[in-house]
Structure formats: structure tokens, C-alpha cells
Design a protein around this ligand. Structure first.
Ligand code: PLP
Ligand code: CA
Length: 306
């Protein structure tokens, strides 16, 4: 039995809790929306918190979009947000390289246009995005006949629908140099949604491929690691004791909140269930305790607005 247990947030306890916090960090997929559209309740809760003068941030592990693309999504779903409030892992990578590491070389990127837009926005030169040009056959000559760009000083691995064997060769070759940085956006194993019996692998599958080929571990930006929080904190100065992380997933959002010393609140509109919380509470494994939320906000509604 774990020492920690998750408490239900309701009534006066909920309003006292909100009054004691000054900053709320929202996970996106499974909290604000799902594949069906915006979630009922999200707009109202956010409006209420803004009325109370609370500071809001949005943190998503999804690296496929830039902040600008997210802004459009927020607008489409009728959710008020500004670019400064949005921390997607594509932006976190660019910010971390530029502002924290003061990186001044070129990036070899495994990523989508969202990643490219964020690197461009911070004037970080990059190479490697988009579909590769190889013929797709078993052709060692073709696989190995490229020259490594001496300007490349980092490999970044995010979601990439054009991920390929040739990109893997290039990434591992750059990473053979010890001085080359290795950064991953996130390690989610699967997309949060599936269609019928189809499993859609997440960015973690690409990261593990590169790690295996490179024989090195990446530094991970996204939840549950705390790097994205450190980036946010360096820009906005956040007091963890007055900050609440709201998420739908125990092993990313809630673990992230707990890792960063925030108050963590689980909503039941996405991946994790009440049974999952109970399993952690009773597992007897010390590590599991880190993923137990401080609170469960069960009143948050799960219906998708259609
Ligand atoms: N990664 C990808 C590629 C996704 O599409 C998603 C959700 O749609 C996520 C990660 C998880 O996002 P979040 O952290 O907002 O739950
Ligand atoms: Ca989520």
C-alpha cells in the first residue's frame, strides 16, 4: 500500500484548492480535446480560472505542430490562448537549444513541419526534414553514399511520418560523434487514439530506434521529464508550490507534475482511469507512488462537443 493516496476534489475543497494556486498547467490531448473535438467543460473551466486571474499554460508532448498551428487549433475549438502560454515539445526543443544551451550549430532533424517552423522561428539552422530521397531498395551503396554535414552539432528526434531507415542511418552516424547532442521530444509509446484494431506507434518508437542504433540515450524534453518545465520556468518564473498540473495520463502528466513539485490533478477524460489510480495505490512498488495524483477531479466532463 502506497503512503500517498489520491483525494477527490469537489465542493469547498475544490474552491479552496483553486484559491491556493496561482498557475494552472493543462495537458492538451485528453484534457482539452480528443480526436472527436473539444471536450465539454474545458472552455468553461478555463474561462473560470481566467476570471479568477489565474495564470494558464498548455503543455503537450505532441511535437508534430508548432505553437502557431496550435493557436489555430485553440481558436477553432473556441479556447482562449496566446502563443506565450503554449509549450509543445517542438517549441521546447528549439527554446532549449537556443536559450538554455546557447547552441550555435546545425540540427539534423527527425520531425515534421511543426518542428521545422519552431527551429526556423529561433533561427536554428537544420537539415534532414521531409521525405528522404532514397529509392527504398536494399542498397548498401545508396545507404552509405552521403556526406556528413560538419556543421551538424545535434540530432533532434520527434514525431516524423517520413521516418525511414535512411534517416536512422544518418542520425546514428551524426551521433557517433560524442560531441553531437541527442535530444528527443517525447517518448509516448502510442498515439492516444486508435481506429478499430489499429495501433498507431508514438514518437517513443522512433526515439528507441535511434537510441539503439546510436548506442546512446536521448535527453527527453517532454512529460514526464522536467526539462520543458525548466524551460517554462526560465521564461516565466513559476512557483511550483502554487502551480497545478492537470492531465489525463498518470505516466506522463501526473508523473511530470509530481517530478516538478507541482500539485497534480487527474481528470478522467482521456487515457487513465480510476482503476489505474487504485492499482498504483495498492501495487506496493515505491516507483509507482510518483505517478499517484494529489487529486482526482471527477466532475470534469468527458463528453466531446459535436
Ligand atoms: N504525440 C503525438 C504525435 C500526438 O499526436 C499526441 C496527441 O495527440 C501526443 C503525443 C500526446 O499529447 P498530449 O501530451 O497533449 O496528451
Ligand atoms: Ca494527454
Amino acid at each position: 500500500m502506497a503512503d500517498k493516496s489520491c483525494k477527490l476534489l469537489e465542493g469547498k475543497k475544490a474552491s479552496d484548492f483553486v484559491a491556493s494556486m496561482d498557475t494552472f498547467i493543462f495537458d492538451c490531448d485528453g484534457v482539452l480535446w480528443n480526436e472527436g473535438g473539444p471536450l465539454n467543460g474545458a472552455v468553461e473551466v478555463l474561462q473560470e480560472l481566467r476570471k479568477l486571474g489565474k495564470r494558464i499554460f498548455f503543455v503537450t508532448n505532441n511535437s508534430s505542430k508548432s505553437r502557431a498551428a496550435y493557436l489555430k487549433k485553440f481558436e477553432k475549438f473556441g479556447i482562449e490562448a496566446s502563443e506565450e502560454e503554449i509549450y509543445c515539445t517542438s517549441y521546447a526543443v528549439a527554446y532549449y537549444l537556443k536559450e538554455i544551451l546557447k547552441f550555435d550549430k546545425k540540427v539534423f532533424t527527425i520531425g515534421t513541419t511543426g518542428m521545422v517552423e519552431e527551429l526556423d522561428a529561433l533561427n536554428i539552422p537544420h537539415t534532414g526534414s521531409g521525405p528522404d530521397q532514397s529509392s527504398g531498395g536494399y542498397n548498401m551503396q545508396e545507404w552509405t553514399s552521403f556526406t556528413l554535414d560538419p556543421e551538424v552539432g545535434a540530432v533532434v528526434c520527434g514525431f516524423d511520418e517520413h521516418f525511414s531507415f535512411h534517416k536512422l542511418i544518418k542520425a546514428a552516424s551524426y551521433l557517433a560523434k560524442e560531441s553531437c547532442l541527442f535530444i528527443a521530444t517525447n517518448c509516448d509509446d502510442r498515439f492516444p487514439f486508435s481506429s478499430n484494431d489499429i495501433v498507431v506507434p508514438g514518437t517513443g518508437c522512433l526515439v528507441i530506434s535511434v537510441e539503439t542504433a546510436a548506442r546512446r540515450k536521448a535527453e527527453v524534453m517532454g512529460k514526464p521529464e522536467r526539462v520543458i518545465f525548466d524551460c517554462m520556468n526560465s521564461r516565466h518564473t513559476i512557483d511550483p508550490s502554487k502551480t497545478c498540473m492537470i492531465g489525463d495520463r498518470l505516466d506522463t502528466d501526473i508523473l511530470f507534475g509530481n517530478n516538478c513539485g507541482l500539485k497534480s490533478v487527474l481528470v478522467l477524460t482521456g487515457i487513465s482511469s480510476l482503476a489505474d489510480v487504485k492499482n498504483l495505490e495498492t501495487s506496493g512498488k515505491a516507483d509507482d507512488e510518483n505517478s499517484i495524483p494529489d487529486f482526482l477531479y471527477a466532475q470534469y466532463r468527458s463528453t466531446t462537443i459535436t
